[in-house]
Design a protein around this ligand. Structure first.
Ligand code: ADP
Length: 499
């Protein structure tokens, strides 16, 4: 087993991995940028190395600085978490070439699955159904037109190297086709330095259902059942759950079998996720594979009792899976809410600043993976996720009820968060009765406008006013930002324009 592991990440996922290391008796080593000097992950690690300036490219994305830090601190391995360098095949190769172990898959598997068209082609070969569309990037306007005609509108243009919803554009009809193509290409070029775009049929009102898989270096593969992540905004997940309320035993058997086939197709080792879209008739289509630990992994941990990060570390050290497929059972239900520093009442504007009051929740069936505490500064440079709240219940209703209780107990002052929106979703009959899909939130915002409507909900108002009563001068009573945080927001907007 490793003696020391360097964690090439920050925030809540760095804290999560630090904890797994300590539970295994391994010394974690944190890295941090200028902006993160006093971050929770730095304080919890016990050993931390400064790796550069605040912009990610100068610190968390810098191969040399990260590997140098690992060598300097005598680490045996690097855990990348999610985001940053976690799905960069060149980084994996660099780590290995420097004599260190990367806690994750082989570079080649990541390269293959990181390209959406090569992944689609591999799935076709292995009889895993894919979303209808093209197998290769589009080469010309003429080709695009004829493909769109044959698939039928609406279609979705997607960046071949895409991720995080970037370079993705829905095209409703021919009049938007060429301008959307141009925009998707330029977004893709900017975000991924690869302007290639391909076409998928835009499925109407699908469910997003994904399967957690895990494999060791001895050829053992297992799945840890499915998660449903259909509550999304701009194609990004907000609330996730396991098991999926949509999946019955027949679909579970088919979709997990397909997921294992997908993992085997790229000789996958370590933890990964196969994402699918599922239509109203419960037909499923491969969407993509995420070759890393995912934000939403805790819901799977709570229903299976398996610590996925611990397994990742053991597998990277050459050990066998600590369980067999037959031993994994679903127990109860689990829900995760992502708490973001962004304002649901105001077009999801990011919120930055210092946390001046922080009350966390707890109790039976509650897990909070947080990257912040009282006094934490939330910097403008990184993803605005602050914490993840995860609940477990004997059944879905119990997990939802518990989540409502927990979200009402949590108080974060100094920043605006999306907690009111999450609480609103948990109170909707469509959510409770499983009558929602990936379009649910988008449609609500389309129908009602930009978010001010949320304030009409009495339960939400009650929650917001409670938080405001703690904040005194920090947030004025009509939920406007403090002057400090509006300065931060305008700085952020300037930075974005400069990027
Ligand atoms: P990214 O890699 O950028 O996150 P994904 O391919 O994983 O993009 O898709 C993210 C989300 O976008 C999905 O969960 C779904 O809500 C939506 N989406 C993607 N492809 C389609 C499609 N063909 N039809 C309908 N919705 C889609």
């Amino acid at each position: 087993m490793f003696r020391k592991i360097l964690i090439a990440n920050r925030g809540e996922i760095a804290v999560r991995i630090i904890r797994a290391c300590k539970d295994l008796g391994i010394q974690p080593v944190a890295v941090y940028s200028d902006a993160d000097q006093n971050s929770l992950h730095v304080r919890l690690a016990g050993e931390a190395i400064h790796i550069g300036a605040s912009p990610s490219k100068d610190s968390y994305l810098n191969f040399e600085k990260i590997v140098d830090a690992a060598k300097k601190s005598n680490c045996d391995a690097i855990h990348p978490g999610y985001g940053f360098l976690s799905e960069n095949p060149d980084f994996i190769k660099y780590v290995n070439d420097c004599g260190l172990i990367f806690i994750g898959p082989e570079s080649e598997s990541v390269r293959l699955m990181g390209n959406k068209t090569s992944a689609r082609n591999l799935m076709i070969k292995n009889m895993v159904p894919i979303v209808p569309g093209t197998k290769d990037p589009i080469q010309s306007n003429e080709e695009l037109k004829s493909i769109a005609d044959s698939i039928g509108y609406p279609i979705l243009l997607k960046a071949t190297s895409g991720g995080g919803g970037k370079g993705m554009r829905v095209v409703q009809n021919e009049s938007e086709l060429l301008s959307s193509f141009e925009m998707a290409q330029s977004e893709a070029e900017k975000a991924f330095k690869d302007k290639n775009v391909y076409v998928e049929k835009y499925l109407s009102n699908p469910k997003h259902i994904e399967v957690q898989i895990i494999a060791d270096k001895h050829g053992n593969y297992a799945h840890l059942f499915e998660r449903e992540c259909s509550i999304q905004r701009r194609h990004q997940k907000i609330i996730e759950e396991a098991p999926s309320p949509t999946v019955d035993e027949e679909l579970r058997m088919k979709i997990t079998t397909a997921a294992i086939a997908a993992a085997k197709a790229c000789n996958y080792v370590n933890a990964g996720t196969i994402e699918f879209l599922v239509d109203k008739d419960k037909i499923f289509y491969f969407l993509e594979m995420n070759t890393r630990v995912q934000v939403e992994h805790p819901v799977t941990e709570l229903i299976t009792g398996i610590d996925i990060v611990r397994e990742q570390i053991r597998i990277a050290a050459g050990e066998r899976l600590s369980f067999s497929q037959d031993e994994v059972k679903i127990r109860g239900a689990s829900l995760e809410v992502r708490i973001y520093a962004e304002d649901p009442f105001n077009n999801f504007l990011p919120s930055f600043g210092k946390i001046s009051h922080y009350r966390i929740s707890g109790g039976f069936g509650v897990r909070i993976d947080s990257g912040i505490d009282l006094g934490s500064e939330v910097p403008i440079y990184y993803d605005p996720i602050l914490a993840k709240v995860v609940t477990w219940g004997n059944d879905r209703n119990e997990a939802i009820n518990r989540m409502r209780r927990v979200l009402r107990e949590i108080q974060i002052v100094g920043l605006v968060t999306n907690i009111p929106l999450c609480l609103w979703v948990l109170n909707q009959p469509e959510f409770i009765e499983n009558k929602f899909d990936t379009q649910y939130l988008t449609n609500k915002f389309k129908e009602n406008g930009e978010g001010h409507w949320l304030q009409k909900d009495e339960k939400i108002l009650e929650l917001v006013s409670k938080t405001i009563s703690f904040s005194h001068s920090k947030i004025s009573s009509n939920h406007k930002r403090t002057s400090d945080s509006s300065t931060n927001v305008s700085n952020w907007l300037k930075r974005k324009r400069n990027d």
